[in-house]
Design a protein around this ligand. Sequence first.
Ligand SMILES: C[S@@+](CC[C@H](N)C(=O)[O-])C[C@H]1O[C@@H](n2cnc3c(N)ncnc32)[C@H](O)[C@@H]1O
Length: 402
Amino acid sequence: MAALPHPLHVDLERARYLVSPAGRAALAAIPLDAGRDDPNRLVSTLRRLHPPARASALAEQATLRARAAGRFGRDYGLLLTAPGLEMMTHPLVAERRARRLARTGMPVADLTCGLGGDLAACAAHGTEVAGVEIDPPTALLAKANVPAASIVTGDAARPPLRLDGLALILDPARRTAARRTFDPDAFSPSWETCLDLLREAPTGVLKAPPGLDRERVPPWTEMEAVQLGTGMREVTLWAGAGATAGLRRAVLLPAGAELTSAAPEIPERPVPVGRYVFDPESCVTRAGLVRHLGHRLGARLLDSQVAYLTGSLPAFDPLAATFEVLEVVPFSVRRLKDFLASRPWRPHEIRRRAFPVEPDELRRLLGRLTGDPVTLLCTTVGGNRVVMIVRRLSPGPGAPGA
Ligand SMILES: C[S@@+](CC[C@H](N)C(=O)[O-])C[C@H]1O[C@@H](n2cnc3c(N)ncnc32)[C@H](O)[C@@H]1O
């Protein structure tokens, strides 16, 4: 995607124009495809029809709208800012959250509503909605995006509305791009403020980054690890009515497959590799539910420290990829290469768990091979590096070409 033209910042004046009837009409006249054009060329075209500041606001909207349609699979017709779109909850994730909140029967207050991604999903469920947003231009756009919501500009840490009887959504902004290290001070409002608000609410949900450490999950919350397609989207903490303290849940969207820590689990003790191997989806490992999934699949662990499961019967579950084992070889590049060439087998997909070599690096080391496509599952079993040469039986979200 080409860079957007400057100035990028959607200030209050720009937001006022975009939500005005004139701005709405001008934007409606720009086809969605135009937003995929070179932004500078688009501004030049629009300048023939509009004053420079408006042309630049419209060009930015058109570009962001096309970007959002690419990311979300369709155009939701929202007014956007670049950071607001970056932070917006994916509509399929927001829809599930909204459905769960609707079951509480309570009106919802989103205390960090941004451009209104979560609010729009709640409103679509017929839930009464209010939003709080600290940034005035963003609040103005949110009101246009979710006309049914009452939106207040203010600070969630000092909520400008009475919260009693309301279900809360808290989706704090992250001030830094740091994804791996969790710094509570990098959140706005701060992580502690969010937890305090959640604890006080009759019911509510706090959205956190997918990498949130399990130690950070307070025991009075229910934790969900939410995956969409192949990507982990978020860890969410639920509290109050409708939430079960201490429960962990893996959620895979759009399939809607779920597993919770209330399910039975298999013992930790590993077994030798059987005829089938199962590779759990990320939401399962993030929620710490590999052994629970093992029970559901009729499978056992290969190694107590590694998430691969194995069994003598095939099982098909959206929460795991299923493979039939063809061979298991101790790992050395030379031996693996000779072995594959002798069959002949061509690694179509390479996965790893507890294994030091990156799949791309291993592919490079193996060089060009021809033959039937197979999957390599590279791992460590009982301290020894092994490669399981397997055939994929389930399509699954991570299947090559899926
Ligand atoms: C991650 S975004 C929310 C996105 C939203 N869930 C959606 O789907 O569109 C967080 C928003 O919180 C706002 N924010 C940051 N600190 C805030 C505070 N103290 N009070 C209210 N809003 C705040 C930011 O301006 C940003 O728009």
